[in-house]
Unconditional design. Sequence first.
Length: 398
Amino acid sequence: MSTATLTLKTGREKSLLRRHPWVFSGAVARLEGTPKPGETITILNAKGNILAHGAYADRSQIVCRIWSFHADETIDPSFFRKRVEASLQRRAIFGNNCNECTGLRLINAESDGLPGVVVDRYGDWLVGQFTSAGAQAWKHDLATVLMEMTGAQGLLERTEGDACSQEGLPEIRAPLLGIPPPETIPLREHGLDYAVDPWQGHKTGFYLDQKDNRLIAREGCQGMRVLNTFAYSGGFGLNAMAAGASHVTHLDSSTTLLSQAAANARLNHLPEDRFDYCKGNAFHKLREWRDQNRTFDCIILDPPRLADSQAGLMRAARAYKDLNWLAFRLLAPGGRLLTFSCSGRVAADLFAKVVADAAIDAGRNAMIQRHLGPPADHPVALAFPEGRYLKGLLCVVD
């Protein structure tokens, strides 16, 4: 461990006393020593008392991410072995094939005590994201332990996206340990089969955080006309068709993703003549269908993250309202709306208010049947509410 210390300004230790794992640069009074990015430093309060140990990041607004709040704990390979073991043990109750699900999140970053580390398992392969300086510094130790404890054939690193620019990290898409995965990995989930692309697919290749919600989407879909917007590889639409939907329209801006959705439908021997694949911008296409007086019995709205910063929060809220307003206008009487936000900066209560305002402006009487969120293999630490980025509502209209 480094001998470098970071001392906080007076009164800025409150979040750490509540075990929140981030220290922002604005809370820092002084840094003593010259730690390298990812190096472990000790965080002190204004009186010089030890509060925690964490990974230093000189190019991030989050100047330190906490590994441990125990003053006498050493951050070394054995520390990370214990953290990985604890994460796997938390998921042991699910098993690798719980409810026929062969995809499982093994490490969920800060909520598992490993800031910046996300690792998903797809059958015999692991795909990991190491999006903090500390995660990068310890990734080889983490990969070694994960391979040993899971028996996986290989671990592919997918450290990419906005987090890299925010943290000053290079983007990496390369095998980290073991055998490189194939171009596609078979995934079984709730009785349906998917071909997951670990190399080019979104996030680690698949949206495992929507696992439970894809199953919920089956409820009441028999005989329904379903619109699956931002369709990705078709998961929500496949589940609707498996439940007996009369027709499913997949809408996405990517021809490649629509082709993957069609391939997944064929993989499950679902009736091809009951699917449509529409390429287009969801905001524009929904307006076009509204003007044509087209209706659907069930609509799924699962857009990408719309709020990248606090400054963009109100713009994102307006976009969510517009999207949900259009969906309410397109729903037939008695219709269902599954609507989601994966923007961590959009709080659950704000999202619910936006959806409620959209229903009012659309002139629809709507009610919430369910609050939706991530599955149990995506735990959220009580001290880290930012970890609950995914929130959703199942609404029905008169």
